[in-house]
Ligand binder design. Structure first.
Ligand SMILES: [Zn+2]
Length: 112
C-alpha cells in the first residue's frame, strides 16, 4: 500500500519536472524571437523609405528606390543597377552617394 503511493508521487514529480522544463525552454526561446523581430525592424536593409532625400515615398523589398525615382533614372543607369554581379554593391553605393549629394535621379549616371 505505502509502496504504491510512493510510486505515484514519483510519477507526478517527474511529470511536473517535464512540464517545468518545457515551460522554461519556451520562456528562454521567447527573448531570442523578440530580438530577431526588433533586429529585422531596425536594420537599414528593411527600412523601406526611398533613399532619395526629397522623396517621401516607400520603396518595396528588393528595390533600390521607389517606382517614381526608379523611373526617373536614365535608362543606362537603370540597366546598370539591374545587373546582379560582384559590382552590384558598388553601383548601389554610387547611387546612394549621388542621392545624398543632392543629385536628382534623372542626372545620376552609373556606368560600371
Ligand atoms: Zn523616391
Amino acid at each position: 500500500m505505502g509502496q504504491a503511493v510512493t510510486v505515484e508521487i514519483v510519477i507526478r514529480v517527474i511529470a511536473l519536472l517535464a512540464a517545468a522544463v518545457a515551460f522554461a525552454a519556451a520562456w528562454s526561446a521567447r527573448p531570442a524571437v523578440l530580438r530577431l523581430r526588433t533586429h529585422g525592424g531596425n536594420s537599414p536593409m528593411s527600412a523601406l523609405n526611398c533613399p532619395s532625400p526629397d522623396c517621401n515615398a516607400q520603396r518595396r523589398t528588393g528595390q533600390y528606390l521607389c517606382w517614381d525615382c526608379w523611373d526617373a533614372l536614365p535608362t543606362l543607369t537603370r540597366r546598370a543597377l539591374s545587373i546582379r554581379d560582384d559590382l552590384a554593391r558598388a553601383r548601389l553605393q554610387i547611387l546612394h552617394r549621388q542621392l545624398a549629394a543632392g543629385a536628382p535621379p534623372h542626372e545620376i549616371e552609373i556606368r560600371l
